[in-house]
Design a protein around this ligand. Structure first.
Ligand code: ZN
Ligand code: CU
Length: 487
């Protein structure tokens, strides 16, 4: 007798294999049978006829460190999309380990309060205590470590500071962190060089952890920035994830042909992959030097002038008769959406075999980028169904099996007997994002049921269980994630 039987659906198992008609039997937190199970008895039967049954989606690029601690009322930005696992702490930014009342930008993208964890293990314990809505695989941010140990962020770390950062990372890996993230693009980390990162990250190699990198430049100087990231990953001998791969600035549009070729070539000799989101606008802190690269810039939040959230910086600047860069400076601290990518690059990157899906959503923004609420349904609706850029099976693989393998998420990401019952049931003909730049928190449609560890967590976009997730801890033996790339 099963606790739950999901019957009659089309199983897309997350490996990239073609769909099959099969029933899914779940007992407790595990998948216990796959096949023709019509004769079996079950406490709950779910009719999934005409629906896709897939592994719950894995959001490999998030800044959900605080979101997971404080479950929101109403629909959940991740559960409502079918996401059952998130990777936190990306772009060099993790909530732990750091004690501060005034986190320097971009750390404030995680919120200005709540920086209360002196050790990474304390954060993981607090998360476990809170009971997250989705499973969490947590990264340590290099910029967070810099903010904790450097007396001056505008220079490389001293040998002593480097040693402190390395010790913190080793501690965190011991506690179950999945790896290290870097954000060399951002002001508090720009002065760090490859030597610093390699020294700080030494423990990654021993532990088989993952290195995710928001590279130094995604515009004119992207080639040098990519080479630096590839060099760091190769020297360390660890799986390297190039974060939100993109090309910004009109002059660089089309150059994904070149960058993807460089990445594919490197992937012959090192374990390498990338993540991306399905939008041609990006979002982060409001950086005055970024304004000129963009055809439009929207304010997502401003501490100085909260009323500007949701407005175009260019419109505001015109109204005030002020250069946009000056206004950007006046609104600090603040965040923004930048329209600076080409759709052709977005599509080319999304369909690349090394690309996984990650939202990069910012849950604390007043008027967030729609990727926070729409990323996964948008891939399935816009890019699979409408544009037929990739098969449904391939798209699901980029959200599940590929991601689980690259991050070393044990027994998740693929529907198989013995694996955890993270499952999403959706309608392939209806699934679509509804979040837009104008209305960024609209719940997606077509995601009918989401199970986290065997528990119904969300139904038709409405939250049912906010605490079905687990804090995942890296398996000590996840050495298999390093070495030569496998796709
Ligand atoms: Zn980033
Ligand atoms: Cu990010």
């Amino acid at each position: 007798m099963f606790d739950l039987l999901i019957e009659g659906g089309e199983l897309v198992d997350g490996t990239g294999a073609a769909r099959v008609r099969a029933d899914l039997g779940i007992t407790g937190e595990r998948i216990t049978a796959i096949g023709q199970l019509a004769q079996a008895t079950a406490r709950t039967r779910v009719n999934a006829t005409g629906r896709i049954v897939a592994p719950g989606f894995i959001d490999v690029h998030t800044h959900d460190d605080q979101l997971l601690l404080h479950a929101p009322a109403g629909p959940h930005p991740k559960l409502s999309q079918g996401v059952t696992t998130v990777v936190t702490g990306n772009c060099g930014i993790s909530l732990a380990p750091l004690l501060t009342d005034s986190p320097p930008a971009p750390l404030d993208l995680l919120g200005t309060t709540g920086w209360r964890f002196d050790r990474f293990a304390d954060y993981l314990d607090a998360l476990e205590q809170a009971g997250p809505a989705v499973n969490a695989a947590c990264l340590v941010g290099h910029t967070t470590l810099r903010a904790r140990h450097l007396t001056d962020l505008n220079r490389p770390a001293t040998p002593e500071e480097t040693q402190h950062m390395a010790a913190d990372l080793a501690d965190a890996l011991q506690a179950g962190a999945f790896g290290l993230s870097t954000g060399l693009y951002y002001p508090p980390a720009r002065a760090a060089n490859a030597t610093e990162i390699i020294a700080v990250a030494a423990a990654l190699t021993r532990a088989g952890g993952v290195l995710t990198m928001h590279i130094r430049d995604e515009g004119d100087a992207i080639t040098a920035a990519l080479r630096e990231a590839l060099f760091i990953g190769k020297t360390l001998g660890v799986t390297t994830v190039l974060s939100h791969h993109k090309l910004v600035g009109t002059a660089n549009h089309g150059r994904s042909v070149e960058t993807l070729a460089l990445i594919a070539e490197a992937a012959q000799t090192q374990s390498l992959c990338l993540d991306c989101y399905p939008y041609n606008a990006s979002s982060t802190m409001l950086l005055p030097e970024r304004v000129h690269q963009s055809s439009d810039v929207w304010v997502t939040w401003s501490q100085t002038e909260p009323g500007t959230a949701g407005r175009s910086l260019f419109d505001l600047a015109r109204e005030r008769n002020q250069p946009p860069q000056d206004l950007a400076r006046a609104l600090q601290p603040a965040g923004a959406i930048y329209f600076a990518m080409s759709e052709a690059d977005v599509s080319r990157i999304l369909t690349h075999p090394l690309a996984m899906i990650g939202s990069d959503g910012l849950a604390h923004d007043v008027r967030p980028h729609p990727r926070l609420w729409g990323t996964f349904p948008r891939v399935l609706g816009r890019y699979v169904r409408e544009q037929r850029l990739l098969s449904l099976e391939t798209a699901v693989h980029k959200m599940t099996g590929l991601s689980a393998r690259r991050f070393g998420l044990h027994q998740r990401g693929v529907l198989a007997v013995g694996h955890f019952a993270d499952v999403v049931v959706f309608d392939e003909h209806q699934v679509a994002d509804r979040a837009s730049y104008e209305n960024p928190t609209q719940v997606s449609v077509g995601i009918e049921a989401v199970y986290v560890n065997g528990r119904l967590a969300s139904a038709q976009g409405q939250t049912r269980d906010l605490h079905a997730g687990r804090v995942l801890r890296r398996q000590q033996s996840s050495k298999t994630t390093s070495g030569k790339a496998r796709t």
